[in-house]
Design a protein around this ligand. Structure first.
Ligand code: PMP
Length: 361
């Protein structure tokens, strides 16, 4: 069987060119005379890869010099806990904006570590809209404000970076990093699991303003301390070398595609095409999210008749459209349209959906 169009939410599609390159050099990488996964992370060759990947990411996101870039492990979930450990602690307020499942999870992990306050929560609307900024309750003395720019399950995405004044803004960008241009200067800290737009799971990329690292408590175990990771160039212990290597290929691929302006335009076109198909289906398909909060990356949708769900999944899979089953928290379907998902794939999905609606509507 051949490769299908992959709409998985994560781990998710990787650019085919990247997979081909990884395949071609799997046994014998560059000058190493061994696989990239078989060499020391402390050797010259891996150090060059690490430096070049950071340089490419800096260039993609135009990361200012006073930000550190870290390549960590643990998945975003570990950092839900590690962020309050480093920057808040029990006697400090940490404001959390909750717009879906992952924001809720971040709160749950932080709860025992910091004085967590919920600045806003869209649960009353079942996370179908971003709460207006003027309804948030923020604390000027908070250690940070945490939010989730794109909620992977609910399919809601901030279209602008919220203004939180001088309090450092912390963003879990696991499912939207590198999907469009971004002004890093507006953030204190950005973190993202790699398994959607960066490559393979097991790697977390973090971009953190240097002055914040001075707040990391000295009595934290080193392995949890971001300042220690930064001081050791993300090599406090053995990093996920293969994941880092894949990320380096993805960064090069993004640069070759024209960078984030070009990628952002492509992502906009993909999302608009799919939403237009859903909205124009005469009610056969429905996306519950208010249009201004709709995600470019994750598009949940339901069928007017739930009885058709199993058939939809069976037929779409047979047509080579993979992993469209929605998360159980919202039901129905979900198409994830990360960077590696092509416009061609989205057209194939929209065509299939139109045809399916014609046959069963
Ligand atoms: N945050 C967001 C926005 C996510 O989409 C996910 C995973 N889907 C996570 C956090 C958790 O990531 P991990 O499983 O790598 O810890």
């Amino acid at each position: 069987m051949s490769r299908g169009y992959n709409f998985a939410a994560g781990p998710a599609a990787v650019p085919e060119a990247v997979l081909r390159q990884a395949q071609a050099e799997l046994l014998d990488w560059g000058q190493a005379r061994a696989s990239v996964m078989e060499i020391s992370h402390r050797g010259k060759l891996f150090a060059e890869l690490a430096a070049e990947s950071e340089c490419d990411l800096r260039s993609l996101l135009d990361i200012p010099g006073n930000y550190k870039v870290l390549f960590l492990q643990g998945g975003a979930t570990q950092h839900f806990a590690q962020i309050p450990m480093n920057f808040a602690r029990r006697d400090r307020i940490a404001d959390y904006v909750v717009t879906g499942h992952w924001g809720e999870k971040a709160v749950r992990e932080a709860w025992t570590l910091a004085d967590v306050r919920i600045a806003a929560n869209s649960d009353a609307s079942r996370h179908t809209a971003i709460p207006a900024r003027d309804t948030w309750t923020l604390h000027a003395d908070a250690a940070y404000v945490h939010y989730t720019p794109n909620e992977t399950i609910h399919g809601v995405e901030f279209q602008h970076v919220p203004d939180v004044g001088n309090v450092p803004l912390v963003a879990d960008m696991s499912s939207d990093i590198l999907s469009r241009p971004l002004d890093v200067r507006k953030f204190g800290l950005i973190y993202a699991g790699a398994q959607k737009n960066i490559g393979a799971s097991g790697l977390v990329v973090m971009i953190v303003r240097e002055d914040l690292l001075e707040r990391c408590p000295k009595d934290l175990p080193k392995i949890f301390n971001y300042a220690e990771h930064a001081a050791n160039d993300s090599m406090l212990n053995t990093p996920n070398t293969f994941g880092w290597y894949l990320a380096s290929l993805v960064f090069k691929w993004l640069l070759g595609e024209g960078g984030l302006v070009a990628i952002g335009e492509r992502n906009r076109a993909k999302a608009e095409h799919l939403y237009a198909g859903i909205d124009g289906s005469g009610g056969f398909y429905r996306n519950p999210v208010e249009p201004a909060s709709r995600s470019w990356m994750n598009v949940p949708f339901t069928l007017f008749d739930e009885e058709l769900n199993a058939l939809f999944l069976k037929e779409s899979e047979a047509a080579g459209l993979l992993a469209l089953k929605g998360h159980k928290a919202v039901g129905g379907m979900r198409a994830s349209l990360y960077n590696a998902v092509t416009l061609e794939a989205v057209h194939a999905l929209a065509d299939f959906m139109r045809d399916f609606a014609k046959r069963y509507g």
